[in-house]
Write a protein that binds this ligand. Sequence first.
Ligand code: FMN
Length: 366
Amino acid sequence: MSDQPVAGSGLAAAMAIVAPRRFGTLVTHGATEWPSAVPCVYAVIPSRRDDGAAIVIALDDKAKSVPVYDLARVRNVLARGAAMLMVSDETEDWDRLAWTRVRGPAGILEPGAEGHAAAIAALRDKYPQYASHDLEHAPLIRIQPDHGRSWSASGDPVDPLAERRPSDLTSIVRGRRSVRAFRPDPVPDDAIRRAITAAGWAPSPHGTQPWRFVVLQSRERRAELAEAMSTTWRAQLALDSADPQEIERRVENSRDRLVTPAVLVLLCRYLGDAHLYPDPDRAAAEADMATQSLGAAAQNFLLSIYADGLDAGWMCAPLFCPELIVETLGLDPSLEPHAFFPVGYAARDPRRRPRRDPGELIAAWL
Ligand SMILES: Cc1cc2nc3c(=O)[nH]c(=O)nc-3n(C[C@H](O)[C@H](O)[C@H](O)COP(=O)(O)O)c2cc1C
C-alpha cells in the first residue's frame, strides 16, 4: 500500500467522492479533552458564499442523552470553528481500502438562520428517514471544506460515481431502490456478472433455475428495440389518454429508460428444464413456480447491483410484447421476456414509496 494521495486528490475531487455517499465520520476537537469522532449522515449543499459547497449535519434531539449544546462535537465546533468529515471503504479485501477526508471552517447554524431551511430540505431529500424528525427546531453543524484528500490502497483514484454501500443485509435490503433516471456513464462488466451469479443462487423449482439473462450493452440495439416496442406503447397509451402529445412524451420517456442507462438487462423465463406433467393443474403450477422463482432471482440480482454501488430499475414492459422482443433481438424462441432491469449510476436519489407496517402484512399468525 502506498501512502501517497491518489491522483485527482484535492478539494474538488474529494467533494465529488463525499457528496453521493451516505455515511461518514465527523471529527472535531478543541473544547473537550478528547477529540470527538462520531458516525454521521450529511448532505452537501451549495455554499451561501458562492465559494464551493458546504456540508450540513443535523443535530436533532431524538435519542440523545444530553442536550445538543452539551454534545462534544457542538462544543468543539463552537470552540475551534473547524471540523473534518471522513468517508471510507472498509473491506477485508485490502486492495479496495480507501478513504477521503475534507476539512475546513465550521459553525453552528441556528434554527431560522439563513440557509437552515435549505439544509433541512437537502437532508430530507437525501434521507427519507428524516421526514419524521423534528429538524426545524434544532441547530445544524455546517462545514465549509477548504481542504480535501483521498487515499486508496490500489493507488487508483477513488471512483466518485460508485457510492460505497453498507455490507450488512438489513441495510442492503432497505437501501435497494428502484431508480428510473440514470447517468450514461459505463459500469464495470464484473458488476453485471456478479449480479447474475447472485441471481443463480435464488431458490427455484426442483433447482431448475428457470431464468436466463440477456445483457444489452449496445445502445444501437436498444434504440432499435425501443423503436420496435413503440408501436405497442402507443397502442396501449392510446387506451389511457386521447392526448397525442402526452402519448409521444411517454413513448419518448420509455425510449430514454431503455437507451440511457449503461446497461439494460432482460430477464426471461426459461421452461426448457421444467418438469412435465400429464395433468393441466400440475403443468400450470410448474409454470407458476418458475415465474415465482423469477422474482427471487430478480431480487438477488437487484441486491447485488445495489451492494456494488450501482442502481437498477424494474420495467414490466417485456410482459406486453415478449414475441416482439425475441424477434427484434434474434433470441432463442424458448426465452420468454419478463422484465427489463436498467442498470447504472443513479442520476439522483429516487423518491421511495412508504412501507406498510409489518403488522399489516401479517394476515394471520396462528
Ligand atoms: C413485477 C414488478 C414490475 C414493475 N414494473 C415497473 C415498471 O414497469 N416501471 C417502474 O417504474 N417500476 C416498476 N416496478 C418497480 C416498482 O414500482 C417499485 O419496486 C415500487 O414502487 C417500490 O419502490 P422501490 O423499488 O424503490 O422500493 C416494478 C416492480 C415489480 C416487482
